[in-house]
Design a protein around this ligand. Structure first.
Ligand SMILES: [Zn+2]
Length: 347
């Protein structure tokens, strides 16, 4: 059986990288026109001068993401079908990266990811989040051709986003436990290298939590590097397995149940405490890291009532019946979940 690994061609992390974005964009496009997909704020603080510089060398079109994701996908699809483009560049946060990555994939174009916030591992992964309720979890697409992460821009975003990125990283702690469990029970492929790489992302957050909470020099870069490594781990594994287990299923369920859900990584962080408790793992380590970082570490900080969280845990195994986790093994009852929430000091 062939195992296909996808890796990015270029990864640039550093400061003052506008010129680098231009250079990478031109490399990716091979001289063909460039489509920049961005948000209003990202465009104003970062994208405008990049698009002007690209415009001196080749045709460039800018599309501002303002509507619902499904509508945006259609609009970008139309833009890409009307003219020949060499590459799609996504400059912005989660929604922009998702919609531009998905569009580039569908048009078989190279994708350049230029995140302006570090709120989850989608900045460098071959995955896109749920676009509608027919598939409430992420799906696999092509790996970004390049990732350019400018710390000067990322560090200016509100702390909440970086903290959410840390929540998505501690999730690797339980994701790996679920993957190993599934390997044992179902015989599913387990990749030790991909698992170790993803696990390092969680470990780095545990070790640096206090520094990140104080936003110490270099700690932001550490988080960004860990998020990119997590994306690469998915490329190596050929699935989101190393980065997404029972905690992500709970987070996806919460996203479905709530009208205005907290950020992906915030949901994942709290769900990881729960999943770690269920795995009889070091849940206190997860909890104290999240609280040092200054991101929710219990239900009330997350703004979720107990009933909704209970529902999400019960729903989680059915979100992906094919992805075996501890929740599939245990099939918890409502009273189990309520008891566990108390014992894990979440409720
Ligand atoms: Zn995630």
């Amino acid at each position: 059986l062939a195992h296909i690994m996808q890796l990015p061609n270029i990864i640039v992390i550093g400061r003052g990288l506008k010129d680098k974005v231009v250079e990478v964009a031109l490399t990716a496009s091979g001289g063909e026109p460039v489509l920049i997909v961005t948000g209003k704020t990202a465009y104003n603080i970062y994208g405008r001068s990049i698009s002007e510089a690209i415009g001196e060398r080749t045709d460039v079109e800018v599309h501002l993401v303002e509507a619902e994701i499904s509508q945006e996908l259609e609009t970008i699809h139309t833009i890409l079908s009307k003219k020949r483009f060499g590459t799609v560049i996504g400059i912005g946060g989660g929604k922009v990266i998702d919609v531009s990555k998905a569009s580039a994939h569908e048009a078989s174009l190279r994708f350049v990811s230029v995140p302006t916030v570090a709120s989850h591992d989608g900045i460098a992964s071959p995955m896109v989040s749920a676009m509608d309720s027919s598939q409430p979890y992420s799906r696999m697409v092509n790996m970004p051709f390049a990732i350019v992460a400018d710390i000067d821009v990322i560090e200016k975003a509100p702390h909440r986003y970086l903290a959410s990125g840390c929540g998505d990283l501690v999730a690797k702690y339980t994701a790996i436990k679920d993957w190993k469990l599934s390997h044992k029970v179902t015989g599913e492929y387990f990749g030790d290298y991909a698992a170790s790489l993803a696990y390092m992302g969680a470990e780095i957050i545990f070790r640096n939590a206090k520094k990140i909470g104080k936003r110490k020099q270099d700690s932001i870069r550490t988080v960004v590097e860990a998020l990119i490594s997590a994306g690469v781990a998915m490329g190596i594994a050929g699935s989101s397995r190393p980065c997404s287990g029972s905690e992500h299923l709970i987070s996806h369920a919460l996203g479905r149940l709530m009208e205005d859900p907290p950020l992906h990584g915030e949901r994942c962080g709290v769900s990881t405490i729960f999943a770690a408790f269920v795995h009889k793992a070091a849940w206190k380590r997860v909890k104290s890291a999240l609280s040092s970082i200054g991101t929710p570490s219990n239900l009330s900080e997350l703004g979720i009532d107990e009933q909704t969280f209970v529902k999400a845990v019960l729903m989680a195994p059915d979100i992906r019946p094919d992805r075996y986790t501890i929740l599939h093994k245990l099939r918890l009852t409502e009273s189990d979940v309520r008891r566990l929430l108390r014992e894990a000091e979440l409720s």
